[in-house]
Design a protein around this ligand. Structure first.
Ligand code: GLA
Length: 363
């Protein structure tokens, strides 16, 4: 079923936004720190038109499900909550939003930690911006999307995912300072490409574990007398914290330093440094596993198989953890072959059914 079959007329406008994979800088965004995500080829597309019955109608092609909403209704659940959230945030900002028809289709995998929700929010906001000719910039789009996620989908996320979906592309790595929101787009290393494999482990504990880590970081920052852990650059400063706050803070401090080292590597475009980038990804995984404790055995296994495979510069879990996907930096041209071999070994040894998400096989 297409837009016309659902709503009886053609869409007025259409906009898309990609999912993202974070290469380095995990669990640093809500500590005012640094991140290095890149867009993935999978994206969400929103077709939009005006509704003339005073209700919003959202149709998801993936779910073959339509949700209709009267303004006075409570926040809907599921995919509609993200869209409704975007509309409500725009209204709070003072924009007049008429009743809308939305048709959504997406190739961004759901539940793998590749920001399908940010892609939906950013695509929705872009489509509204186009339809109503609003002067909203891309950073504001990301901020509104994050507000929608926090206030209407109930996820206390940082700003990385929405900024990545709004600003990044598949050829450039986004370096973002999440405190100042200053950013730059850096060319992807010419010798390398990325592989993303979903572990097949559902991210069950993700939201409770995520919120707990956030609280621990806030406690650590308070004990250290700083606004956020971003303000700590020397590891020694964290040593007297009680456990587990010491290890949580150690992850954030070392992870921020790793991102800043890779930023320098990418800025100087030194070809040999892609090996160092890979090593820092490996170190990031060890830190997420041992200090931040957001890995699970299957992710550790997948990362280990990746790291031991020739042609892989480095690998780590990506996103919030507790399941989901792993990302690897590999030699250019070898991604597909590496992903196939690694997946075979992983499925055999782990008992889970993983999936190669990048390189894509077409969708
Ligand atoms: C999720 C959140 C992000 C970020 C990552 C962890 O993707 O939405 O804001 O905190 O986890 O790095």
């Amino acid at each position: 079923m297409n837009f016309q079959q659902i709503f009886g007329n053609l869409p007025e406008t259409e906009a898309s936004a990609p999912g993202r994979v974070n290469l380095l800088g995990e669990h640093t965004d809500y500590n005012d720190g640094f991140v290095l995500p890149i867009a993935i080829p999978q994206k969400t597309t929103v077709q939009m038109g005006f509704s003339n019955d005073g209700q919003h109608h959202f149709y998801s092609q993936n779910l073959d499900q339509q949700v209709s909403i009267l303004e006075i209704n409570h926040t809907p659940l599921g995919f509609a909550s993200y869209i409704f959230g975007c509309i409500q945030i725009l209204k709070k900002e003072g924009y007049k939003i008429p009743s809308l028809n939305l048709y959504i289709k997406s190739s961004v995998p759901i539940g793998s930690g590749l920001s399908s929700s940010a892609a939906l929010e950013v695509a929705t906001l872009r489509a509204i911006r186009q339809l109503l000719n609003l002067s909203i910039n891309d950073v504001e789009i990301a901020q509104f999307a994050q507000q929608a996620e926090i206030n209407y989908a109930g996820v206390q996320c940082g700003i990385m995912d929405q900024m990545a979906s709004s600003l990044a592309d598949t050829e450039h790595i986004l370096f973002l300072d999440t405190r100042t929101l200053s950013f730059c787009l850096l060319p992807f290393p010419s010798k390398a490409e990325i592989v993303v494999i979903d572990s097949g482990v559902p991210r069950r504990l993700a939201s409770s574990g995520y919120n707990q880590r956030r609280t621990e970081c806030e406690q650590a920052a308070q004990l250290l007398g700083v606004k956020a852990l971003r303000d700590i650059t020397r590891l020694e400063a964290t040593e007297d914290l009680p456990e587990p706050l010491r290890r949580r803070a150690r992850h954030v401090v070392t992870e921020n330093n790793r991102v800043l080292e890779v930023l320098q590597i990418l800025e100087t475009r030194h070809v040999a440094s892609v090996e160092r980038f890979g090593k820092l990804m490996n170190a990031s995984h060890a830190s997420l596993r041992d200090d931040y404790e957001v890995s699970v055995p299957a992710l550790d296994m997948l990362v280990e198989i990746l790291q031991e495979t020739p042609g892989v510069f480095g690998a780590r879990l990506t996103g919030a953890g507790f399941g989901g996907a792993c990302v690897a930096l590999v030699a250019k041209g070898e991604g597909r072959a590496i992903a196939t071999t690694v997946l075979e070994q992983y499925n055999y040894h782990s008992g889970y059914t993983g999936r190669v998400l990048v390189p894509t096989t077409g969708f």
